[in-house]
Every structure is written in structure tokens, then in C-alpha cells.
Write a protein of this length. Structure first.
Length: 94
């Protein structure tokens, strides 16, 4: 299954690789999202000890849902960047 068209800023044909658009470079938008995703995941890990206090204040279900949503979005951005970086390294190895 090809998910290249799901990448942010993807306006290429299905035969192009994720790195082909920029002449072998990684798209800047993808790298920015990768870095933001890393920051979100690190921040979530650093703040995980705050979850019980937030759950007492706002309720367990809303806190769980927001935490899950933030982790899912951060993880998606992280893995999108990882996929593009791996494709760029493989392309350079040829």
C-alpha cells in the first residue's frame, strides 16, 4: 500500500519517490513536522506525571482523550518524517 500521497505537501505523481521532488532532498515541510513531532512526543513524556492531577481537575476521560490525540498527532508527524528520511538515505545509497 502506497501512502506517499498522504504526506504533507504531497503534490506529485504516484511514481515519484518522496525525495524526488526536491532533487534528492527532504521536503522542508516534512522536516519541520518531524521536528515538531519529536518535540510533542518528548513534551508528552516529560509531562506524563502531571496526568493524575489533570484527571482530578478536568476528569479522566477528557484528559485521556486529549493526551491520546496529542500523542497520535505527534507520532504521525514523527513517523512521516522518519519514512521520508529513510527513503532519502536509501536513495543516496544507490
Amino acid at each position: 500500500m502506497d501512502h506517499d500521497s498522504d504526506l504533507p505537501g504531497a503534490s506529485r505523481t504516484s511514481s515519484e519517490s518522496p525525495t524526488e521532488k526536491g532533487g534528492g532532498s527532504v521536503p522542508a515541510v516534512t522536516m519541520v513536522l518531524f521536528l515538531i513531532g519529536c518535540a510533542v512526543l518528548v513534551a508528552a513524556a516529560a509531562l506524563i506525571t502531571e496526568l493524575p492531577g489533570w484527571a482530578d481537575r478536568w476528569g479522566q476521560i477528557p484528559v485521556f482523550l486529549v493526551f491520546f490525540l496529542v500523542m497520535a498527532i505527534g507520532g504521525q508527524w514523527f513517523w512521516t518524517g522518519v519514512d521520508v528520511l529513510i527513503a532519502a538515505f536509501r536513495r543516496q545509497g544507490r
